[in-house]
Design a binder for this molecule. Structure first.
Ligand SMILES: *Cc1c(COP(=O)(O)O)cnc(C)c1O
Length: 343
């Protein structure tokens, strides 16, 4: 315990979270699936409608404050929870926020471009800029760094939160800390299931557990890339994380578990498994999953049970990473799906 907290204490952190998030049982779905299922309510991280990015941003804003930054620049998809949370954190910490939105999901309605998180970005007073390519992380980082230089020329002190893999995985520190928080709430899980996008949440949680001496397996559910591509990404994140922490190997190859059964038809598009997961969580537990991330990550629970990776009777923790504001940007699709009969 002291080990992990000692390692984390090297990194400046802006406190954005307040209290630990609740860890709650999900009794009806537990009955349905024949497991002992709980949820870590990281959709309730408080600031700016919350979500997993608040934990990651504590460390980016900590670094920004240490450098006396007054302007935060960040990239995300149009319906990014990350940039919305960054805008909320900037407001709280008296900084400007410049949000670069990428066209990552094609063929979307005006609602997708204007509702959900985008409304919140405007209310938070952030400046929005656009980047027309959705799969060019280093290009997006370069565009943002150029913009940061313009800000500097105007006398501001910019801090860029980067997207690309070739950066220190600072956001993972927030989930290393979350691992400690989870273990303080309950330690006897047989498996943890979480979304795997940039991989910072997944890898941070895994690293935090191992550094706390816990060997609970963590199953990442792919929301952006197939399992093979994501595995390579996580291996690189792990390498950079170990470098950043200055710790010896605390992870093994076999620690990375990925499932991509709910990824199709692709990022930001909920297929049948994601739809089923959303319906089950809402209709049996009264909780909302979002169409981009948590519907797909929760779908891994029944998916891994079907495949026999998870077994009946197991104690399973699902990490709800937030994202619910995006529901309103998907109104036409979701209304069509859920007004048809869902068993
Ligand atoms: C960003 C995001 C994720 C994925 O987290 P990563 O750390 O990028 O893997 C999962 N769920 C929600 C709601 C998110 O906004």
């Amino acid at each position: 315990m002291t080990d992990l907290m000692h390692i984390l204490s090297q990194f400046p952190r802006a406190s954005l979270l307040g209290a630990p998030t609740p860890l709650e049982p999900l009794p009806r779905i537990s009955d349905t699936l024949g497991i002992d299922l709980s949820v870590k309510r990281d959709d309730l991280t408080g600031l700016g409608l919350g979500g997993n990015k608040i934990r990651q941003l504590e460390y980016y804003f900590g670094a920004a404050q240490a450098q006396k930054a007054d302007t935060i620049l960040i990239t995300g998809a149009v319906q990014s929870n990350y940039v919305r949370c960054a805008a909320a954190a900037a407001a709280r910490l008296n900084m400007r926020a410049i949000l670069q939105l990428e066209d990552r999901v094609l063929g979307k309605s005006d609602l997708y471009r204007e509702n959900g998180n985008v409304v919140l970005d405007h209310i938070l007073g952030a400046e929005l800029m656009h980047y027309s390519e959705g799969e060019d992380e280093s290009g997006a980082d370069t565009a943002l760094r150029e913009r940061a230089e313009q800000e500097r020329a105007h006398g501001f002190h910019p801090y860029v939160i980067p997207l690309g893999l070739n950066n220190p995985p600072t956001g993972a520190l927030g989930y290393m800390r979350a691992a400690r928080e989870i273990l303080d709430q309950r330690q006897d899980f047989d498996a943890i299931v979480v979304a795997s996008g940039s991989g910072l949440t997944h890898m941070g949680l895994l690293a935090g557990l191992r550094l706390c001496g816990s060997d609970i397996p963590v199953y990442g559910s792919c929301v952006r890339r197939d399992a093979t591509t994501q595995n390579a990404r996580l291996t690189e994140v792990a390498r950079r994380l170990q470098d950043m922490l200055g710790c010896a190997d605390f992870l093994t190859e076999t620690d990375i578990h990925l499932w991509d059964g709910a990824l199709p038809p692709g990022y930001g598009q909920p297929g049948p498994r994601a739809q089923h997961a959303m319906g089950m969580m809402a209709r049996q537990e009264g909780l909302f999953l979002d169409p981009v991330y948590t519907a797909k990550s929760f779908a891994a629970v029944p998916g891994l049970l079907e495949e026999g990776v998870l077994k009946r009777g197991m104690r399973v923790l699902f990490v709800h990473t937030g994202g619910t504001p995006a529901l309103f940007a998907y109104a036409p699709e979701l209304t069509a799906i859920f007004t048809e009969d869902q068993a």
